[in-house]
Write a protein that binds this ligand. Structure first.
Ligand code: F6P
Length: 528
């Protein structure tokens, strides 16, 4: 039984105090001066890990800050918690569960501890089963449309990956992702489909999420009323609750385990849509890229450990520079859903306010993540990023080699990303007297950005990138001393929804505040 041995919380260790002092001393830190002082700044602050290169040199830090952050990681025992995770300890202390999404991508030939041998055997068996099923679907000309019905981690990862890996997707199949309970979504989609050529993947770890079960029931009614035959060949359950799936009437299910968090689950059978889209070899490459990043996180020393460095930078930005958000700017349209995926990963993992012992925190945790693909963001909110009152760090992500042959277009895309990062840093000096217009045209600069490069966007490199993001999130949570793997914050909304639904039309609804009651009247919400 893992007991968090957090001897000292991050705000009580010496490094935290040293960072506070460095914050005071770095009030006048200027990126432009930093490069003038150190012509090797780019080389020093560049880092690589399997399939990923990151330029940290336009981030708001210097060697002393970096060193002290590494001391913070040591004093808060980040690597000890990492090792506990990879040992299979129940580091998800509130739910008393292990955190082993990494086991899902650990290959057969990789040695795991005897204590995990059985779990690994089950993982490999389930992987073979759902990959075989995926190949059968890919070979079946009668199935033209695959509809993943799920939400949160049962939607965002698969949807993001299928879109990102579009060049690898089987052209004869169409993939749809239904998540919202808003019937506009399912109504519009089903009008374009035929029951006999559609396969529904009911993706839900709990198999009880209201949105997913409502949409699943809607799809089942549509299928049967539309003359669909052999429902068992058109509905598959992806869940850790196979009993509820069977009760729904699904006989084909692919399970996963309670030690896989929803937002960490696309490596499991929740990733079936990805496996159907890109095939067995593609999915195995996806797993393999993530496994390579796991090995890097496990074995690289602190100075060259990319997830550690990124997680520590997040601490510096959040707790010392007080940045409240981070803007994600993937300069690849295939990564349009990456910001949404990262939102759940980081904000559902680290949007907490008590530590592993249940004590309230005296410091901030997860920032707000948001963003859109570049260059679109440049024409929507980059105005604020350049000239707004808040400094918001931007994370550029570019892919060196596109999957198209339009060299000039790609050069223009990359040039835009480089220029934006340069503009954030360099700004534009004002010369002479400053009229109102000249001031409105002024760019103060000294605004941070991080620049990530992938050589290509492939299943392998995407797997590595996502695993990097998972481990980066882990590092920040470990420093903060919080449990990154539960999500009780989503429960109250669900409970109050049930209360409202159960009282629709009631003359004297209970536990309904005047505002909600007034709005229910305005919306004329009555029981059927
Ligand atoms: O948002 C709460 C949550 O439980 C997420 O953690 C999860 O990914 C999502 O809802 C869907 O849950 P399930 O896969 O059990 O339907």
């Amino acid at each position: 039984m893992y007991m968090h041995t957090m001897t000292k919380r991050c705000d009580q260790v010496q490094a935290w105090k040293d960072l506070r002092q460095l914050r005071v001393e770095s009030k006048t830190f200027d990126l432009r001066e930093a490069f003038l002082k150190n012509e090797k700044r780019f080389e020093h602050f560049s880092a690589s890990a399997p399939h990923v290169f990151v330029d940290f040199s336009k981030c708001m830090w210097d060697e002393r800050i970096e060193e002290t952050l590494l001391e913070l990681a040591e004093q808060t025992e980040v690597f000890a918690l990492r090792d506990a995770m990879f040992k299979g300890d129940a580091i998800n202390t509130t739910e008393r569960r292990a955190v082993m999404h990494w086991l899902l991508r650990t290959p057969k030939e990789s040695l795991v501890s005897p204590a995990l041998a059985l779990a690994h055997k089950e993982v490999l068996a389930t992987l073979d089963q759902f990959l075989n099923f995926a190949e059968q679907v890919r070979a079946n000309p009668d199935i033209t449309d695959i509809v993943n019905i799920g939400i949160g981690g049962s939607d965002l990862g698969p949807q993001m990956a299928v879109k990102a890996l579009d060049e690898y997707v089987l052209p004869s199949k169409r993939f749809h992702f239904l998540s919202n309970i808003d019937a506009h979504e399912i109504d519009r989609l089903l009008k374009t489909l035929r029951p006999q050529s559609t396969l529904f993947l009911i993706s839900s770890k709990s198999f009880s999420t209201l949105e997913t079960m409502t949409n699943a029931g809607f799809a089942k009614d549509w299928f049967l009323s539309g003359g669909g035959q052999n429902i068992h060949n058109h509905f598959v359950g992806l869940t850790s609750n196979t009993e509820l799936a069977k009760a729904f009437g699904i006989t084909t299910t692919f399970g996963f385990w309670d030690w896989v968090g929803g937002r960490y689950s696309m490596w499991s059978s929740i990733g079936l849509a990805i496996a159907i889209a890109i095939g067995e070899s593609g999915f195995k490459a996806f797993l393999s890229g993530a496994f390579e990043m796991d090995q890097h996180f496990k074995t690289a020393d602190a100075r060259s450990n990319l997830p550690l460095k990124m997680g520590l930078l997040d601490i510096w930005y959040r707790n010392f520079l007080q940045y409240q958000s981070r803007s994600i700017a993937p300069y690849h349209s295939g990564l349009a859903r990456l910001p949404a995926y990262l939102q759940q990963l980081e904000m559902e993992s680290n949007g907490k306010s008590v530590d592993q012992t249940g004590r309230g925190l005296s410091y901030e945790t997860a920032p707000v993540l948001w963003g859109e693909p570049g260059t679109n963001g440049q024409h929507a909110y980059f105005q604020m990023l350049h000239q707004g009152t808040d400094v918001i760090p931007v994370e550029f992500l570019v892919v060196k080699n596109p999957s198209h042959s339009y060299v000039r277009n790609h050069e223009l895309l990359l040039a835009n990303a480089l220029a934006q990062a340069q503009a954030f840093m360099m700004g534009e000096p004002k010369e002479g007297a400053s009229s109102q217009e000249e001031m409105a045209r002024h760019f103060c600069g000294n605004r941070p950005s991080l620049f990530t490069v992938l050589d290509r966007l492939t299943p392998r490199t995407l797997g590595a990138l996502i695993a990097l993001s998972e481990h980066r999130t882990f590092v920040a949570g470990a420093v903060w001393g919080i449990n990154s793997f539960d999500q009780y914050g989503v429960e109250l909304g669900k409970k109050l929804t049930q209360n409202i639904v159960s009282q629709l039309g009631a003359l004297h609804p209970l536990n309904i505040d005047p505002s909600t009651k007034g709005l229910m009247g305005k919306l004329d919400l009555k029981s059927n």
